[in-house]
Design a protein around this ligand. Structure first.
Ligand code: ATP
Length: 354
């Protein structure tokens, strides 16, 4: 069992709290992604799980045992760094076998294990090549091979694709997920890239200022963002926000935005004061009958679709619509929404109300 259970984990550097009371569970065999902007505490959380940083307080249970204050090498974890930390003077075979040699494994067993791992990563034809002559993607595969050859309980990866160019990165995203589907090792992966997170994760924790704002499947997080921060951070273009004032009662099915009635999902709770209506661009439609109106500000043609930006009295709204709809800049349009897919937030604090 390689379940990772993080409980009330906290890390302060002097007066600055980098990780605030963090709680999450990575189930055995899951691919878990910590996602958030630079400085939000992802790496610090990962380093605490790895044993490279001591928590200020809290527990890290690995397979049920609290390892929070145990040394890194007593945790049976493999850390894949962003840099291709390979030994340039050794060939691929020696690089991959090195961790096993350091463990004192017999040579024949090392050979078998390295070859099996190389086949898994489809680099068996490169085993006798020097690592210094390899292309970026192959080097990264060797680095991965060196991490998985030990068959650790879990993998920790900190932006492992960060230095690759976009084309290689997409390829490696697919390869990493495919590799995971084959070996099912519990994985914690840190990135600030939402596309990587959405493509690979079973579960995602979205972090901001040391706090986990939401923990869930990629679908949960995209469809039901728990906060405005999450709604804004995930999705490109991000969710549209339209501010409005008023009193909302639990069970309400309609709100008034810029004088126009807008049907919304049933509210879990009521609230008074400032609110924000959230709509993903793909849930915005043009409807002449709508009283919520604006002028087309610009369009971005994407081949099969277009993103149309509309300037309303309350700010810009982006709509993702089919590419064949003819629309001109300056034209006045009515905006309607897919009621069931809207979000509502409290303006103060940004918590979701529906
Ligand atoms: P990045 O992608 O930029 O690494 P991150 O989300 O991984 O971002 P962390 O590296 O965990 O963020 O850092 C979180 C905060 O803690 C940052 O503000 C950082 O400056 C601070 N921090 C990290 N390590 C230390 C340290 N050893 N001493 C003081 N402050 C630190």
């Amino acid at each position: 069992m390689a379940e990772i259970r993080v409980q009330n984990l906290q890390k302060a550097f002097g007066a600055f709290v980098a990780v605030k009371n963090s709680n999450f569970v990575v189930e055995d065999g899951e691919f878990f992604v910590m996602l958030g902007p630079s400085g939000c505490g992802k790496t610090t959380t990962l380093r605490m799980i790895a044993g490279l940083e001591l928590p200020t307080s809290g527990q890290i249970l690995l397979g049920g045992e609290d390892v929070a204050f145990r040394r890194a090498r007593e945790r049976d974890i493999a850390f894949v760094f962003q840099l291709f930390a390979l030994y340039p003077h050794m060939n691929v075979r020696k690089n991959m076998g090195f961790p096993l040699l350091a463990q004192g494994m017999p040579k024949a067993e090392i050979r078998a294990r390295v070859e099996e791992t190389a086949r898994l990563l489809r680099i068996d034809h490169l085993l006798d090549r020097s690592v210094s002559g390899l292309a970026g993607g192959d080097r990264q595969r060797v680095a991965l091979g060196r991490a998985i050859v030990r068959r650790p309980k879990c993998f920790l990866m900190d932006e492992p694709l960060g230095t690759l160019d976009a084309e290689f990165r997409d390829l490696m995203v697919n390869e990493l997920r495919e590799l995971h589907n084959r070996i099912h090792a519990t994985t914690v992966y840190v990135t600030h890239d939402q596309h990587e997170a959405m493509a690979m994760a079973d579960k995602i924790a979205v972090m901001n200022h040391g706090v986990i704002e939401q923990f869930g499947t990629p679908r949960d997080i995209y469809d039901h963002p728990a906060t405005m921060f999450v709604a804004d951070f995930i999705g490109s273009p991000p969710m549209n926000f339209l501010a409005f004032e008023g009193t909302l009662a639990p069970g309400d099915r309609s709100v008034t935005v810029q004088g126009a009635p807008v049907a919304v999902p049933e509210l879990r709770e009521g609230a008074t004061g400032g609110h924000v209506l959230g709509a993903r661009p793909e849930h915005v439609r043009f409807d002449d009958a709508s009283r919520l109106r604006g002028a087309v500000y610009g369009t971005e043609y994407l081949g099969t679709q277009q993103i149309v930006t509309v300037e309303t009295a309350g700010g810009m709204v982006k709509a993702r619509i089919p590419a064949d709809v003819r629309i001109s800049t300056g034209e006045t349009v009515g905006l309607a929404f897919d009621a069931a897919r809207l979000s509502l937030f409290e303006a103060a604090g940004g918590r979701a109300l529906a």
